[in-house]
Design a protein around this ligand. Sequence first.
Ligand code: NAD
Ligand code: MG
Length: 396
Amino acid sequence: METAAPPHRVAVLGATGSIGSSALDLIARHPERLHASILAAGRQVDALVALCRTHRPEHAVIADPALYPALRDGLAAAGLSTQAHAGDAALCELVAGEVCDTVVAAIVGAAGLDSTLAAARAGKRLLLANKESLVMAGALVMAEAAHGGAWVLPIDSEHNALFQCLPGGRVDDGVRRLVLTASGGPFRGRSRASLSGVTPAQAVAHPKWSMGAKISVDSATLMNKGLEVIEAHHLFGLGSAQLGVLVHPQSLVHALVEYVDGSTLAQLGLPDMRTALAVGFGWPERIASGVSPLDLLEHGRLEFEAPDLDSFPCLRLARDALEAGGTAPAVLNAANEVAVSAFLQGQVGFLSIPAIVESVLAALPPVEASSLLAAREADAQARQLATRFLNRYAAA
Ligand code: NAD
Ligand code: MG
């Protein structure tokens, strides 16, 4: 008699976020295949407890240790047997242990690095949305994944699209170039001068994707595409020259692979991260995601244009950092996190984001980044320096 395989036990890191909620939507659609065994969030205790009520995980983790009592009491008050934990070390231990075999890495920023590495080392099926961990320490994450036997499935839509267009998910000699598309963000077509007074609310109002605040600002500056070029370098092993970027305002074509024989393969779909997550959970099988099929007649047009590096210099800064190598991408990422957070809090203007990143990169020449320690030191130095620069750019 054939018995059904037990469901995959999934750790959703960043469960209260945009990717986390899409992942949980998929898990709920496939109870026979997927079970959320660990849910983790940064500081949103009430939202985390509410998710535990719905998904009944064995473990819940809050990053901020001061919030542990609130989580423990909230779970108890809800009558749940979910165990409460706090802190990054507890999270990494759970991620590496037996309670999960699949990890959705969807914490935002460099804060996601340790848990991503823990999943890589422990040989998990790693659905990697946290692009900052690859930007900060990509060589290390990929080496640990190879060594630990982890399967890295890219969840960023462009990289997921490339994965789908590449046989075996890998680049070989037959590939000429990979092309990532970018929506262009809410300020596409605007001059640099016209961007000086834009507000955080305008910057996070993305025309096509609904996402967390940080990545929405990154999309508005085009830093997101810059981070994605670096991410693609680590996932697929190509240099900047073979990683193209094309602005495509409809956000229906997510990426393209150019082959040496003149073929170009593209992946298309509505802008909904559940498609990429369904690929990550199901591959090599296709599973339903709740995303409607793409009706090209309804959309009618697919347009493409070159990115405007004068209005959006962050893409150029990211390419320069990739070419400079060593700790430069970690410095870029950390300076950007500080600048974006200050912009969201109204401390600096939109154009200060590239200015701060550029100043920090100029002040911290790259050194070799073979160890985690080197990446962490570069990250800490860049954060410190960027924070000092905030005053210089205040209200600029
Ligand atoms: P979000 O802001 O909506 O959610 C972030 C999640 O991370 C929240 O659950 C938050 O509680 C958690 N978190 C924050 N700091 C933490 C910490 N120190 N420790 C533990 N948890 C912490 O962000 P998002 O839009 O879901 O993006 C998550 C990641 O996925 C980012 O790296 C982003 O670049 C990437 N990504 C997102 C999308 C998207 O469509 N949203 C697309 C591609 C890639
Ligand atoms: Mg993307």
